[in-house]
Write a new protein. Structure first.
Length: 97
């Protein structure tokens, strides 16, 4: 049971890194304003497990008073892209709880 959870966490961390990289590429090629010190939380359409994991990690790592930016995407386009592979991203800045 523990190995399955560890493997799932590894997969989700790798997906998180990929989404972070692609979001950086997206921000550099679009006019997107991200508040300083913001925490980025990714949500993927129809990926209930990853979305729950990402929210849990966000709650564990959130610094009080820091803005939260939720990035919802439909998925990732296949490589090799010339720009970000995020499909239809929507960015929302949330007030800190």
């Amino acid at each position: 049971m523990i190995k399955i959870k560890e493997n799932r966490n590894s997969v989700f961390w790798e997906l998180q890194r990929t989404l972070g990289w692609e979001f950086s590429r997206y921000v550099l090629s679009h006019d997107v304003s991200i508040p300083d010190g913001a925490e980025i939380v990714f949500q993927i359409k129809d990926n209930v497990e990853f979305n729950a994991w990402a929210k849990t990690m966000s709650r564990k790592n959130h610094e009080s008073g820091s803005p939260i930016v939720v990035v919802k995407v439909e998925g990732l386009a296949p490589p090799p892209p010339t720009v970000s592979r995020l499909i239809n991203p929507r960015v929302a800045v949330m007030k800190s709880a």
